[in-house]
Design a protein. Sequence first.
Length: 365
Amino acid sequence: MYFLANFKENIYFCISKFDFSKPKSNNMKDLDWSNLGFGYRPTDYNVRCYYRDGKWGEIEVCSGEYINMHMAATCLHYGQEAFEGLKAYRCPDGKVRVFRTDENAARMQSTSRGILMPEVPTELFNEMVDKVVRLNQDYIPPYESGATLYVRPLLVGTGAQVGVHPANEYLFLIFVTPVGPYFKGGFFANPYVIVREFDRSAPLGTGIYKVGGNYAASLQANNKAHELGYACEFYLDAKEKKYIDEAGAANFFGIKDNTYITPKSTSILPSITNKSLMQLAEDLGMKVERRQIPEEELETFEEAGACGTAAVISPISRIDDLETGKSYVFGEKPGPVSEKLFNKLRNIQYGIEPDIHNWTRVVID
């Protein structure tokens, strides 16, 4: 028996020529905000924009959660896919803010150049972020809950190719979902483990780009770390296995002698959170160093942490090297500098402290 399936592009509700500028709403969804996990939860709308014939089209507002694409699309076969992660914050003053979206746009543009996709203009990126946040504002968690609205921009090659070539058509899409803390328990120290048998990316590969393949390459190592009881895996440099590279899907930093030290590597994704923390460390009068960090230097750090959008800072209690039997211990509680940096950045994101670097933008007043 044979079945004929005819999936058309507009099988989902999707409109472009309509005013979707939703006014401020007080109809917050009835969710258990304080107990949200870090996972996908459906919301009402996503926004999309297609690149065809050498130019970006109009922004479309869609209610469907699925993408209809050609089976030979380059994102499925040749990895032409990039994504970003950011958050919208409901603040104590009643406003909703987003954080450093220009940096997310710039990083996606860098990724696009790296894997030969058209760049999403910063203006279009920001317009779509603002639109999708406003349309789904009823899903923005209350300030007191500790949860946020996670914003996921996604750029994929949709044009068909059989040979290894870039696509001629692309889709830029942004969806949102409310999330709780990335690590259960929030701001607590967690153990990490060095995994020598895996590399997240090649020294001159795609590590500096935010592409899905880098995360696929980390799945085995991450699964092994969890099976062994660790919060996350920890990578050494892929070339010599001598230097600190990344902590799972997050950048690493160490604190010693009033200095914030973070690795310099050709295979590390440049973290917007790390960039912000380096600036805040300088604001606090600390010295900042971005350089190679030999593994043995770990034993000299007073504090250590992993940083990224999802958790901001995840303090590291210890890093175990199972091959050598060495354990680098930093303490079961977050260190004072890590805690100060965490609170300062969070307070800026929530509009509590002055935003002297103009990092935030009010999306809903």
